[in-house]
Design a protein around this ligand. Sequence first.
Ligand code: NAD
Ligand code: MG
Length: 336
Amino acid sequence: MNIEDKMTRRKVIGGIGAGLATVAVAPVLGATEPAFASTGSTGQQIQDPRNKYPKPPFKGQSQPWPGLAAEMDPKPDHGETSYKGSGRLKGRKALITGGDSGMGRAAAIAYAREGADVAINYLPAEEADARDVVKLINAAGRKAVAIPGDLREESFCTRLVNEAVRALGGLDILVSNAARQQTHESILDISTEQFDWTMKTNIYAPFWIIKAALPHLKPGSVIIGTTSEQATDPSAELYDYAQTKAATTSFVRSLAKQLAPKGIRVNGVAPGPIWTPLQVSGGATQEKLKSFGGDTPLGRPGQPVELASIYVQLAAEDASYATGQIYGSTGGAGQP
Ligand code: NAD
Ligand code: MG
């Protein structure tokens, strides 16, 4: 994949600067099992991905929907202290839905540190999380625009885009990331109201937002959707949610073909089990939460920060030939 190519290339370039000592370390890897090994040629610590972040068993925990990252135990890592930018998105203007927590927050922090101004949308109940994100964007020296509101209303989706465009002075990165996920053991437990809620949030809102954004997107702009491994490997208890993710993967591929002639790239990110408020506010059963991510080959859930570089890569100018793609990050199980 492009990301791997890029990382390998960077390592090689960094390795030259870092001298032979770095190269000499390579054969040692794999011979022993250092959990937190030496510093790599990128200047970042090389770490064993199995031990890098918390693993199950987790405490049972439940929050009223939509949940707050600040109240999770352990707290998710969105890159607050670790993400380092290198000017890859300098001067860009991004709108991220669900930018208060989870993958959206990780993308917001990374985009700001890469030099972009960032508008985030979230629900009014998430103001506390959103405030933390605004502070982090400002601390990166970039403009932060906070636009709370419910995406189930077409009129709000239109206003969201217009406000973001006005406040940012344009728009060239749209991350459609917000979603609703509630677990139901049986299809019989899903009311028409619940079904409609999931469809409105996950399918209608991106449709309305993209329609509103399109007139503002110049050639070189990007749209990124957050889909899921659920698109291709749906869980029994996520009947309604999983089909919305199949729809997301599909709209990414369709729109990529439709918008390539306008110079607009459209891609998707497909996470596996990631430690976010969505999971502790009805997205997973208590039983699943306690062992969350334990059944992946890496044996743990992902943290939002582990996907940040994918959102950056898909938005960056040097990914100019990537469109219609779904980039997975699943800990080894599931395919995008
Ligand atoms: P999250 O709870 O941090 O983010 C979801 C966000 O959606 C919320 O913060 C909220 O602001 C927003 N949202 C929901 N309903 C809304 C509405 N009606 N109006 C406005 N905003 C609304 O959780 P997350 O896991 O980071 O979710 C982000 C994306 O990742 C979603 O698209 C989700 O489907 C996808 N995803 C998550 C996982 C996982 O395991 N966490 C796995 C695969 C895909
Ligand atoms: Mg949230």
